[in-house]
Design a protein around this ligand. Sequence first.
Ligand code: NI
Length: 255
Amino acid sequence: MLIDTHIHLDLYQNTNIDELVDEALQKGVKILIDVGIDILSSRLAVKFAEKYSNVYAVTGIHPHEAKFVNEKTLEELKALVNNPKIVAVGEIGLDYYRNLSPKDLQKKAFLAQLNLAKSLDLPVVVHDRDAHEDVIKMLKEVNFPSGKVLIHCFSGDVNFLNEVLKMGYYISIGGPVTFKNAKKVVEVVKNVPLERLLLETDGPYLAPHPHRGKINRPVFIPLIAQKIADIRGISFAEIEKATTENALKFFGIKV
Ligand code: NI
């Protein structure tokens, strides 16, 4: 059994979600973690989690949306989070690549949500794009519990990986590792200990080779697992076992 630890079900258009979930199940991708990016999509993630027994929700405000965060947003998020199918706060973090919200507001929203997660004893799913230093700095500042941080769609180099590992965090790897021009992420995959690695699609985005540019689906998770197995020269079964155990442990899901 495999787990897609990062998907945005609400962002699929013209797609039958029943079929998407079902085809994943047929191919052994048994659990999907549906991640919110704002209040509306977080509410939808909870709805999907309530509808499908094998879907769990992560709720939070993405750094792109940080400029819209106010007291009320945080209250709404807090009210939402008290649900047994919510397994983390996310995706939260910093994005200095697209800078769709001013940096100071991104930091403010990230900090508020780190504190919320900490107070609820929930893990966090972190979005980090060209903001490695500040992400680590803020996690350190709030003294966030080490085993409860997942850096999703890891885009750093091996140096940053080492820093993340030293902190005791997890990383997740998706479609980009299969791209023909992938170099940095291939090095990361060679160097990450198996007990810190999770798999994700980030669907509907970032479909793996040979589906690059098309709509990503959880059914493509085996392609990512196989590529990682090839890079490391180990079996698919080993990747499957390790990443599934890690995901269940990280999100506190019992099967
Ligand atoms: Ni995402």
